[in-house]
Design a protein around this ligand. Structure first.
Ligand SMILES: [Zn+2]
Length: 148
């Protein structure tokens, strides 16, 4: 079963996700500006993308838990030629893979990247007027946990 793409109240020309049976609740929560992750009660770990069973132990003993709006930058890529016409004129832009508490990793557009990125640095996750959240960098000198 597939659902219609979430397009109501969304003012964007960007391609939008098409929620399916497995991840519709996750997208609904995101649409309400709530970041959640599936969390396995057996493994005590989280993951993304939403799947019917835990990718580690294979059990369906999991629940959605609210995730903190901060994660660490696991990897990233800067796009210099738009891969989709709706991003034309916005190059260069950076897509980051953000590791959340419990191990789930989330791809995000990183807003306003104006300096070198550092693997492991903290990224805050913010919601914009469209459906998809974006990552925002902290100035390096005020990284959470930074020694000043
Ligand atoms: Zn598990």
């Amino acid at each position: 079963m597939t659902r219609e793409p979430i397009e109501d109240e969304v003012l964007t020309d960007k391609p939008l996700p098409e929620p399916d049976h497995d991840d519709a609740d996750w997208w609904d929560a995101l649409h309400n500006k709530q970041l959640t992750v599936p969390w396995c009660r057996t493994c005590d770990r989280s993951w993304l993308r939403v799947t019917p069973t835990c990718p580690r132990c294979g059990l369906a003993d999991w629940e959605f838990r609210e995730a903190a709006n901060i994660g660490s930058l696991y990897s990233w890529v800067t796009i210099h030629r738009a891969l989709d016409p709706s991003f034309a004129g916005e190059e260069p832009y950076t897509i980051g893979l953000i590791e959340l508490q419990g191990g789930a990793r989330l791809y995000l557009l990183i807003a306003q990247v104006e300096r070198e990125l550092v693997a492991g640095e903290e990224v805050s996750i913010e919601f914009t007027t469209d459906l998809l959240p974006v990552g925002r960098l902290w100035p390096l000198e005020i990284q959470p946990g930074a020694v000043l």
